[in-house]
Design a protein around this ligand. Structure first.
Ligand code: PDD
Length: 295
Protein backbone atom coordinates (compact mmCIF):
# COMPACT_ATOMS: atom_id res chain seq x y z
CA UNK A 1 0.00 0.00 0.00
CA UNK A 2 1.51 3.34 -0.97
CA UNK A 3 1.76 5.90 1.81
CA UNK A 4 -0.39 8.99 1.61
CA UNK A 5 0.68 12.44 2.79
CA UNK A 6 -1.53 15.41 3.48
CA UNK A 7 -0.10 18.44 1.65
CA UNK A 8 -1.91 21.78 1.58
CA UNK A 9 -5.46 20.51 1.38
CA UNK A 10 -4.86 17.30 -0.55
CA UNK A 11 -4.14 13.69 0.25
CA UNK A 12 -1.46 12.55 -2.18
CA UNK A 13 0.71 9.45 -2.67
CA UNK A 14 4.28 10.01 -1.47
CA UNK A 15 5.66 9.92 -5.02
CA UNK A 16 3.62 13.01 -5.87
CA UNK A 17 3.83 14.73 -2.50
CA UNK A 18 6.03 17.80 -2.43
CA UNK A 19 6.31 21.43 -1.43
CA UNK A 20 7.68 24.47 -3.25
CA UNK A 21 11.49 24.81 -3.68
CA UNK A 22 11.24 28.24 -2.06
CA UNK A 23 9.33 27.04 0.98
CA UNK A 24 10.59 28.96 3.99
CA UNK A 25 10.77 25.76 6.01
CA UNK A 26 13.39 24.55 3.55
CA UNK A 27 15.34 27.83 3.31
CA UNK A 28 15.08 29.24 6.85
CA UNK A 29 13.72 26.45 9.07
CA UNK A 30 10.83 28.93 9.36
CA UNK A 31 8.27 26.42 10.56
CA UNK A 32 7.03 24.37 13.47
CA UNK A 33 5.96 20.78 14.02
CA UNK A 34 4.36 18.27 16.34
CA UNK A 35 4.68 14.51 16.78
CA UNK A 36 1.69 12.74 18.33
CA UNK A 37 1.61 9.06 19.30
CA UNK A 38 -1.13 6.76 17.96
CA UNK A 39 -2.18 3.68 19.92
CA UNK A 40 -4.92 1.34 18.71
CA UNK A 41 -5.99 3.94 16.18
CA UNK A 42 -6.35 6.79 18.70
CA UNK A 43 -4.16 9.83 19.42
CA UNK A 44 -2.37 10.28 22.74
CA UNK A 45 -2.74 13.71 24.37
CA UNK A 46 -3.73 15.35 21.08
CA UNK A 47 -5.20 18.46 22.73
CA UNK A 48 -1.93 19.26 24.50
CA UNK A 49 0.03 18.86 21.27
CA UNK A 50 -2.37 21.11 19.34
CA UNK A 51 -2.27 23.73 22.09
CA UNK A 52 1.54 23.75 21.94
CA UNK A 53 1.41 23.93 18.14
CA UNK A 54 -0.79 27.02 18.29
CA UNK A 55 1.57 28.67 20.74
CA UNK A 56 4.60 27.84 18.53
CA UNK A 57 2.80 29.41 15.54
CA UNK A 58 1.77 32.48 17.55
CA UNK A 59 5.30 33.01 18.91
CA UNK A 60 6.65 33.05 15.33
CA UNK A 61 3.69 35.05 14.01
CA UNK A 62 2.85 32.32 11.48
CA UNK A 63 -0.82 32.44 10.60
CA UNK A 64 -2.85 29.54 12.03
CA UNK A 65 -3.89 27.70 8.83
CA UNK A 66 -7.11 26.25 10.26
CA UNK A 67 -9.00 25.70 13.48
CA UNK A 68 -7.96 23.06 15.98
CA UNK A 69 -11.04 21.02 15.07
CA UNK A 70 -10.24 21.16 11.34
CA UNK A 71 -6.64 20.18 12.00
CA UNK A 72 -7.83 17.20 14.06
CA UNK A 73 -9.94 16.08 11.11
CA UNK A 74 -6.92 16.29 8.79
CA UNK A 75 -4.79 14.28 11.22
CA UNK A 76 -7.47 11.62 11.66
CA UNK A 77 -7.98 11.34 7.91
CA UNK A 78 -4.22 11.00 7.31
CA UNK A 79 -4.09 8.20 9.87
CA UNK A 80 -7.14 6.52 8.34
CA UNK A 81 -5.83 6.67 4.78
CA UNK A 82 -2.53 5.13 5.87
CA UNK A 83 -4.26 2.50 8.01
CA UNK A 84 -2.00 3.27 10.95
CA UNK A 85 -3.20 1.63 14.17
CA UNK A 86 -0.02 2.06 16.15
CA UNK A 87 2.55 4.69 15.32
CA UNK A 88 2.84 8.44 15.17
CA UNK A 89 1.72 11.40 13.16
CA UNK A 90 4.08 14.18 12.13
CA UNK A 91 2.52 17.56 11.42
CA UNK A 92 4.58 20.42 10.01
CA UNK A 93 3.47 23.97 9.33
CA UNK A 94 5.81 26.50 7.74
CA UNK A 95 5.29 30.19 7.02
CA UNK A 96 4.86 29.28 3.34
CA UNK A 97 6.67 29.77 0.04
CA UNK A 98 7.96 33.08 -1.31
CA UNK A 99 10.94 34.60 -3.14
CA UNK A 100 13.88 34.26 -0.75
CA UNK A 101 14.14 37.21 1.59
CA UNK A 102 14.84 37.14 5.33
CA UNK A 103 11.95 39.29 6.56
CA UNK A 104 8.42 37.84 6.51
CA UNK A 105 6.89 38.08 3.02
CA UNK A 106 3.38 39.57 2.92
CA UNK A 107 0.32 37.66 1.81
CA UNK A 108 1.57 34.09 1.77
CA UNK A 109 -0.32 31.07 3.02
CA UNK A 110 1.27 28.60 5.46
CA UNK A 111 2.38 25.20 4.14
CA UNK A 112 0.74 22.30 5.98
CA UNK A 113 2.04 18.73 5.77
CA UNK A 114 0.98 15.65 7.74
CA UNK A 115 2.57 12.20 7.60
CA UNK A 116 1.51 9.10 9.54
CA UNK A 117 3.81 6.17 10.17
CA UNK A 118 3.71 2.80 11.86
CA UNK A 119 5.72 2.24 15.03
CA UNK A 120 6.19 -0.98 16.92
CA UNK A 121 5.50 0.04 20.52
CA UNK A 122 6.95 -3.29 21.64
CA UNK A 123 10.39 -2.01 20.64
CA UNK A 124 10.03 1.01 22.91
CA UNK A 125 8.75 -1.27 25.67
CA UNK A 126 11.80 -3.54 25.22
CA UNK A 127 14.09 -0.50 25.49
CA UNK A 128 12.27 0.53 28.62
CA UNK A 129 12.59 -2.93 30.15
CA UNK A 130 16.36 -2.95 29.55
CA UNK A 131 17.02 0.73 30.14
CA UNK A 132 19.10 2.70 27.66
CA UNK A 133 22.50 4.40 27.54
CA UNK A 134 22.78 8.16 27.09
CA UNK A 135 25.73 10.43 26.44
CA UNK A 136 26.21 14.14 27.08
CA UNK A 137 26.74 16.75 24.39
CA UNK A 138 27.09 20.54 24.59
CA UNK A 139 23.78 22.32 24.08
CA UNK A 140 24.53 24.50 21.04
CA UNK A 141 20.88 25.30 20.23
CA UNK A 142 19.28 28.73 19.99
CA UNK A 143 17.61 30.74 22.75
CA UNK A 144 13.99 29.73 22.05
CA UNK A 145 13.92 25.97 22.57
CA UNK A 146 10.37 26.38 23.93
CA UNK A 147 9.17 26.81 20.34
CA UNK A 148 8.98 23.47 18.52
CA UNK A 149 10.65 24.64 15.31
CA UNK A 150 11.98 22.49 12.48
CA UNK A 151 15.43 24.05 13.08
CA UNK A 152 16.72 20.72 14.33
CA UNK A 153 20.33 20.61 13.12
CA UNK A 154 21.91 20.82 16.62
CA UNK A 155 19.53 18.06 17.77
CA UNK A 156 20.40 15.93 14.72
CA UNK A 157 24.15 16.38 15.39
CA UNK A 158 23.70 15.40 19.04
CA UNK A 159 21.57 12.36 18.14
CA UNK A 160 24.19 11.27 15.58
CA UNK A 161 26.89 11.51 18.26
CA UNK A 162 24.69 9.35 20.50
CA UNK A 163 24.17 6.81 17.74
CA UNK A 164 27.89 6.61 17.03
CA UNK A 165 28.51 6.04 20.75
CA UNK A 166 25.90 3.25 20.81
CA UNK A 167 23.60 5.39 22.96
CA UNK A 168 19.84 5.98 22.73
CA UNK A 169 19.83 9.67 23.53
CA UNK A 170 22.14 12.65 23.99
CA UNK A 171 21.56 14.80 27.04
CA UNK A 172 22.36 18.40 26.21
CA UNK A 173 24.44 20.34 28.72
CA UNK A 174 24.41 24.13 28.99
CA UNK A 175 27.43 26.39 29.54
CA UNK A 176 27.07 26.17 33.32
CA UNK A 177 27.20 22.35 33.29
CA UNK A 178 23.45 21.80 33.78
CA UNK A 179 21.45 19.32 31.70
CA UNK A 180 18.78 21.09 29.68
CA UNK A 181 17.00 18.13 28.03
CA UNK A 182 17.56 15.31 25.56
CA UNK A 183 18.04 15.97 21.84
CA UNK A 184 14.41 14.88 21.30
CA UNK A 185 13.10 14.20 24.81
CA UNK A 186 12.85 15.73 28.27
CA UNK A 187 15.37 14.68 30.93
CA UNK A 188 14.57 13.61 34.49
CA UNK A 189 16.38 12.22 37.51
CA UNK A 190 15.16 10.62 40.73
CA UNK A 191 17.28 11.57 43.76
CA UNK A 192 18.31 9.27 46.59
CA UNK A 193 15.42 10.85 48.54
CA UNK A 194 12.97 9.72 45.80
CA UNK A 195 12.38 13.27 44.55
CA UNK A 196 11.76 13.72 40.83
CA UNK A 197 13.89 16.51 39.37
CA UNK A 198 13.29 18.07 35.97
CA UNK A 199 14.04 21.50 34.60
CA UNK A 200 11.31 24.12 34.78
CA UNK A 201 9.74 24.89 31.40
CA UNK A 202 11.60 28.02 30.33
CA UNK A 203 12.87 29.14 26.92
CA UNK A 204 15.77 26.68 27.38
CA UNK A 205 13.71 23.51 26.90
CA UNK A 206 10.65 22.26 25.09
CA UNK A 207 7.72 21.90 27.46
CA UNK A 208 6.94 18.26 26.66
CA UNK A 209 3.37 17.02 26.52
CA UNK A 210 4.50 13.60 27.75
CA UNK A 211 6.34 15.45 30.53
CA UNK A 212 3.08 17.14 31.52
CA UNK A 213 1.33 13.75 31.62
CA UNK A 214 4.13 12.23 33.71
CA UNK A 215 3.93 15.18 36.12
CA UNK A 216 0.21 14.55 36.59
CA UNK A 217 0.78 10.81 37.09
CA UNK A 218 3.59 11.51 39.57
CA UNK A 219 1.32 13.88 41.48
CA UNK A 220 -1.37 11.18 41.67
CA UNK A 221 1.29 8.78 43.03
CA UNK A 222 2.16 11.31 45.72
CA UNK A 223 5.70 11.77 44.39
CA UNK A 224 7.58 14.96 45.16
CA UNK A 225 8.78 16.98 42.18
CA UNK A 226 11.41 19.73 42.06
CA UNK A 227 11.58 21.96 39.00
CA UNK A 228 15.22 22.92 38.72
CA UNK A 229 18.30 22.28 36.60
CA UNK A 230 20.59 19.41 37.61
CA UNK A 231 24.25 18.85 36.74
CA UNK A 232 25.79 15.82 35.06
CA UNK A 233 27.46 14.98 38.41
CA UNK A 234 24.06 15.06 40.14
CA UNK A 235 22.61 12.78 37.45
CA UNK A 236 25.47 10.32 37.97
CA UNK A 237 24.84 10.36 41.72
CA UNK A 238 21.07 9.94 41.27
CA UNK A 239 19.11 6.79 42.04
CA UNK A 240 17.44 6.80 38.63
CA UNK A 241 17.22 8.77 35.42
CA UNK A 242 14.79 8.68 32.53
CA UNK A 243 13.58 10.44 29.40
CA UNK A 244 10.05 11.26 28.27
CA UNK A 245 8.69 11.98 24.79
CA UNK A 246 5.71 11.23 22.56
CA UNK A 247 7.53 8.37 20.81
CA UNK A 248 9.51 7.02 23.79
CA UNK A 249 6.84 7.46 26.49
CA UNK A 250 9.07 6.96 29.56
CA UNK A 251 12.41 5.18 29.12
CA UNK A 252 14.90 4.66 31.95
CA UNK A 253 18.43 5.91 31.30
CA UNK A 254 20.84 3.47 32.93
CA UNK A 255 24.25 4.86 31.93
CA UNK A 256 25.49 8.36 31.17
CA UNK A 257 28.75 8.64 29.20
CA UNK A 258 29.36 4.98 29.99
CA UNK A 259 28.97 5.40 33.78
CA UNK A 260 26.11 3.62 35.58
CA UNK A 261 23.24 5.56 37.14
CA UNK A 262 21.96 3.98 40.35
CA UNK A 263 22.40 0.22 40.11
CA UNK A 264 22.83 0.42 36.32
CA UNK A 265 19.34 -0.98 35.62
CA UNK A 266 15.86 0.48 35.16
CA UNK A 267 14.66 2.06 38.40
CA UNK A 268 11.46 1.44 40.32
CA UNK A 269 10.08 4.98 39.92
CA UNK A 270 10.74 5.26 36.18
CA UNK A 271 9.30 1.78 35.55
CA UNK A 272 6.19 2.62 37.59
CA UNK A 273 5.70 5.91 35.72
CA UNK A 274 6.13 4.14 32.40
CA UNK A 275 3.47 1.60 33.36
CA UNK A 276 1.08 4.38 34.35
CA UNK A 277 1.82 6.32 31.17
CA UNK A 278 1.21 3.20 29.01
CA UNK A 279 -2.20 2.85 30.63
CA UNK A 280 -2.90 6.56 30.11
CA UNK A 281 -1.81 6.35 26.44
CA UNK A 282 -4.02 3.30 25.81
CA UNK A 283 -7.03 4.90 27.46
CA UNK A 284 -8.37 7.23 24.77
CA UNK A 285 -11.62 7.74 26.59
CA UNK A 286 -9.79 8.87 29.71
CA UNK A 287 -11.26 11.92 31.40
CA UNK A 288 -7.95 13.75 31.24
CA UNK A 289 -5.36 14.64 28.63
CA UNK A 290 -1.94 16.09 29.32
CA UNK A 291 -2.09 19.87 29.01
CA UNK A 292 0.52 22.07 27.39
CA UNK A 293 2.34 23.82 30.23
CA UNK A 294 3.19 27.24 28.84
CA UNK A 295 6.65 28.59 29.76
N1 PDD B 1 10.47 15.34 20.18
N2 PDD B 1 12.41 18.05 24.01
C1 PDD B 1 12.71 18.05 22.70
C2 PDD B 1 13.89 18.85 22.25
C3 PDD B 1 11.92 17.32 21.80
O1 PDD B 1 12.21 17.35 20.49
C4 PDD B 1 10.83 16.56 22.29
C5 PDD B 1 9.92 15.78 21.39
C6 PDD B 1 10.57 16.58 23.67
C7 PDD B 1 9.41 15.83 24.28
O2 PDD B 1 8.18 16.46 23.98
P1 PDD B 1 6.82 15.61 23.88
O3 PDD B 1 6.69 14.85 25.17
O4 PDD B 1 5.78 16.62 23.72
O5 PDD B 1 7.01 14.69 22.70
C8 PDD B 1 11.37 17.34 24.49
C9 PDD B 1 9.63 14.66 19.21
C10 PDD B 1 9.11 13.37 19.71
C11 PDD B 1 10.39 14.56 17.91
O6 PDD B 1 11.03 15.54 17.56
O7 PDD B 1 10.32 13.52 17.24
Amino acid sequence: MSRIAYVNGQYVPYAQAGVHVEDRGFQFADGVYEVVAITDGGFVDLEGHLARLERSLDELRIERPMTRAALSVVLRETVRRNRVRNGSIYLQITRGAAKREFAFPAGIAPTVVAIARHLDWNKAAANAARGVPAITQPDIRWGRCDIKTVGLLPAALAKQAAKEAGAYEAWLVDEKGFVTEGSSSNAWIVTKENVLVTRAPTTEILSGITRAAVLELAKREGLKVEFRPFTVAEALAAKEAFVSSATSYVIPVVTLDGKPIGNGGPGVVASRLRGLYETHAANHSSDWQAPFISP
